[in-house]
Ligand binder design. Structure first.
Ligand code: PMV
Length: 314
């Protein structure tokens, strides 16, 4: 039986998508700018199933409930009644705030779509991936990608060759799966945080300015916008009812280390997602100093260095 195997790198947002304009259709309420991380990937093999939909992640069958509405939408959009069997492996911890749902759903959507329609456009695959996880729609393009507020598909912005010296250091603070999913946390923030509306009204300006900062390769400007974006996102979590805390003591220490490095003239700009891990954006020349400083403070901590990835491979 025909099998399609897809490899996709996860999408790390520099300017965050956080909150849904339409929950049913998973439409983002904020515009995001992201890069794909070359050192990480999810590889998924998809084939038609004879009986029912099945998904295995790293060799373990997962409860299909999380995927039911995704497969329902996929079948409707691709005008098919076929069932799918998917086996997915990631070379990094899943559900830990390392954007595994972005590479996971992107690979799954691409595999299912290619099985049904070999000529499908990337824009349409991105639309399908968004139904699983909005960040997944961005993972289908390499380099810098955008998912605009209200959009159904992401779009490529600048290729990975635009800023070849850019690096991301991923500091893995806790590899374990988190207790609250990003999906659950952003809904909680939307419904209960009094700061959610100010988050929405401020994030579009950050997004617009970040596009110029990327085009100009202005790391200081981009770094400041990134910082405002992730801290704004977390402020909606801290003020949710009940509050949501993904941060661990090491996360805060890493944020301070980046601040101290910047005071010494080393451009280390951190960001965080729905988890305790800290991702540091920098240029190649500063990599060694940042790595040594972090490793001095946390000798046991796993640091993964990544460049920007290209698009998915089949
Ligand atoms: O796409 P989701 O539902 O996994 O949400 C992603 C949310 C963040 O990772 C925190 C931000 C982003 O834009 O990727």
């Amino acid at each position: 039986m025909k099998t399609i195997t897809v490899r996709v790198s996860p999408s790390l947002a520099l300017i965050k998508y956080w909150g849904k304009a339409n929950t049913e259709e998973n439409i983002p309420a904020t515009s995001s700018l992201a890069v794909n991380l070359e050192s990480f990937y999810t590889q998924t093999a998809v084939k038609f199933a004879t009986d029912y939909d099945q998904v295995a992640i790293n060799g373990v069958q997962v409860p299909i409930e999380r995927y039911q509405s995704f497969f329902h939408h996929i079948r409707r959009n691709l005008a098919t009644d076929r069932m799918f069997h998917a086996e997915s492996r990631s070379n990094f911890p899943v559900a830990a705030g390392l954007a595994s749902s972005s590479s996971g759903f992107a690979a799954l959507a691409y595999g299912c779509a290619k099985l049904v329609n070999g000529d499908i456009s990337m824009k349409e695959v991105s639309n399908l991936a968004r139904l699983g996880s909005a960040s997944a729609s961005r993972a289908l393009f390499g380099g810098f990608t955008l998912l605009r507020r209200g959009a159904r598909s992401a779009e490529p912005f600048l290729g990975e060759e635009h800023w070849p010296e850019l690096r991301i250091i991923v500091a893995i603070v806790r590899p374990e799966a988190k207790k609250i999913s990003s999906r659950g946390a952003m809904e909680m923030a939307r419904i209960t945080s009094p700061y959610y509306s100010s988050w929405l009204s401020t994030s579009e300006k950050l997004f617009r300015e970040s596009l110029d900062a990327c085009r100009d390769k202005n790391l200081e400007k981009l770094g400041e916008l990134m910082r405002t974006s992730y801290l704004g996102m977390f402020s909606t979590m801290f003020t949710s009812q009940p509050p949501i805390f993904y941060w661990e003591p090491e996360s805060v220490q890493l944020i301070k280390i980046c601040e101290e490095l910047r005071q010494k003239g080393v451009a280390a700009w951190e960001t965080m997602d729905a988890g305790p891990q800290v991702k540091i954006l920098c240029v190649e020349n500063d990599l060694k100093t940042i790595q040594e400083t972090v490793q001095d403070a946390f000798p046991q901590m796993q640091l993964v260095i990544s460049r920007l990835a290209g698009g998915p491979t089949l």
